[in-house]
Structure formats: structure tokens, C-alpha cells
Design a binder for this molecule. Structure first.
Ligand SMILES: Nc1nc2c(ncn2[C@@H]2O[C@H](COP(=O)(O)OP(=O)(O)OP(=O)(O)O)[C@@H](O)[C@H]2O)c(=O)[nH]1
Ligand SMILES: [Mg+2]
Length: 245
């Protein structure tokens, strides 16, 4: 016992060997913390365009890719992939982002889960003139996105792009579209929680279940904007992209 006490006394904090050992331990802990933070913040490489059929994803895709308008785009059967040059308001190129346009048809959407693993952001494209009949599908897509474990962990930004704003009298306001989807997502969360079976999904990312769901208070920052893919009014999408480059 006396032997141990004398050994302990020898290991004083002022001894150089002890100081070096402590410095190594502190540096290792710091490195691990930094690596963990970086892993949490790591973003994937593609911006996904998702949303119900006919919302205007493919029209937006071509508008972003090369400024072209392909009128009467047919329902997509497969993904489109391309690079979009990101420009600021003064038309200066800030960089580029990879954009993936996914088909809206539910039977072709099965790959969404896979694509979300490598996403940097998500644009949910909805037809603001036809939001009411499409609200269930739009909310389902948003549910899949927000409760995806990778999206929840990385807090990927989501833009709710209320498209077809050029249909002035028919198009609903951004606020109306946002509230409609928020309410639908809230109802969907209640049903899914009651049914169970959502193992593996990050339901907690939708907020506390005993409180009404608020899109403004979720882990992933959600913004909403009015756009017209067909008329080339995609400034808000560019602004959203500029935060990713
Ligand atoms: N008025 C108006 N029509 C648009 C706009 N954007 C797209 N459309 C039209 O909406 C229809 C559907 O557009 P798409 O781009 O094919 O829609 P999508 O979301 O890719 O549809 P899926 O591939 O089936 O999921 C086409 O007839 C487009 O011309 C817009 O900003 N304004
Ligand atoms: Mg399409």
C-alpha cells in the first residue's frame, strides 16, 4: 500500500511524461469530437427534385440545367440527372450542384429511399394550382424525406417549391400550400404513430407527437417559395442552391 502511495506521488501532474500523456489524450478526444461533428454535417452530392406527378419537376430540371423549357413534358419513367450552374443575383457563377429529377409516379418512387442517402438537399415540387387533390401524395413524400434517418441526422434543407405561379388566378399562395401540407403531414404522423410499424424511420424528426406539427420547428430547415418552372421564374431555387455551394 505504501509502495502504491509512493508511486502515485511520483506521478505528479508537473512531470513532463504525465503532461505529454494528458496532452495526447486531450488531442485524441478533440479529434474524435471534430470527426463526429464532420460526419454529422456531411452532406451528400445531389439535390433531389421530388413530389407528386405533374407538379413540374422535369420542367424545373431542364430550366435549371440549361434554361430550356420543354413544354408538355410527359410523365417521367426514369430519373434525369444533370449539373446546374448556380448563379447569384448579379449572374456570377458561384458553383454547380448535381440535380436529380425523380419520377412522381408512386410505383416509380421506390428508389427515393436509396437516393436520400446521398442527397445534399431536397426540393419538393408541387402544383400550387392543384394542391388540394395532391396534398396526400405531397405530404407522403415529405414524410419519407424528413423521417429518413440520413436526412434527419444531417438536417438536410428542404425547399417547398410551389410551382405554376404563372396560373395567377388558380395558383394558391405559398402560405396556403405550406399550411395545407403541414396539416396533412400532422394527420399522417398521427396515423402512422397509431399504426406503428415505422421502425427505422426517424419519426422524432417531426417534433413532439403531443404538439401540433410545425414545419418551422423541425430539425431540417424548411423554406417555401413560389416559382414558375415553365416561365423560367426560378430565382428562389437558385437562392436555395446558393447556400449549398
Ligand atoms: N402553367 C405552368 N405549367 C407548368 C409549369 N411547370 C410545369 N408545367 C406543366 O405541367 C405539366 C407537368 O410537368 P412535368 O415537368 O412533366 O411534371 P413532373 O413533376 O415531372 O411529372 P412526373 O414526371 O409525372 O412526376 C406539363 O404539362 C408542364 O408543361 C409552370 O410553371 N406553369
Ligand atoms: Mg417528370
Amino acid at each position: 500500500m505504501a509502495d502504491l502511495q509512493s508511486k502515485m506521488a511520483e506521478l505528479s501532474l508537473t512531470q513532463p511524461e504525465v503532461q505529454v500523456a494528458l496532452a495526447v489524450v486531450a488531442a485524441t478526444i478533440l479529434l474524435l469530437v471534430i470527426l463526429k461533428l464532420l460526419a454529422g454535417k456531411k452532406r451528400g452530392s445531389a439535390v433531389l427534385l421530388v413530389g407528386p406527378c405533374n407538379g413540374g419537376k422535369t420542367t424545373l430540371f431542364y430550366q435549371l440545367k440549361d434554361g430550356s423549357t420543354r413544354l408538355g413534358t410527359v410523365a417521367s419513367m426514369q430519373e434525369n440527372e444533370g449539373l446546374c450552374q448556380v448563379r447569384n443575383e448579379k449572374d456570377r457563377v458561384l458553383g454547380s450542384v448535381r440535380v436529380l429529377d425523380l419520377p412522381g409516379h408512386p410505383r416509380l418512387r421506390s428508389k427515393l429511399e436509396q437516393y436520400l442517402k446521398d442527397a445534399s438537399a431536397v426540393v419538393l415540387v408541387i402544383d400550387s394550382a392543384d394542391i388540394t387533390p395532391n396534398k396526400t401524395e405531397a405530404a407522403e413524400d415529405l414524410f419519407e424525406v424528413l423521417t429518413h434517418p440520413v436526412v434527419a441526422r444531417r438536417r438536410l434543407p428542404v425547399l417547398l417549391a410551389c410551382n405554376k405561379a404563372d396560373l395567377e388566378t388558380q395558383a394558391h399562395s405559398v402560405d396556403f400550400c405550406r399550411r395545407t401540407i403541414e396539416k396533412q403531414l400532422d394527420a399522417m404522423r398521427k396515423t402512422r404513430l397509431a399504426l406503428g410499424g415505422d421502425a427505422g424511420r426517424a419519426i422524432a424528426a417531426l417534433g413532439k407527437p403531443d404538439k401540433p406539427l410545425s414545419l418551422g420547428a423541425l430539425r431540417s430547415p424548411i423554406s417555401a417559395a413560389s416559382i414558375s418552372a415553365e416561365k423560367g421564374d426560378v430565382v428562389e431555387v437558385m437562392r436555395f442552391f446558393s447556400k449549398l455551394v
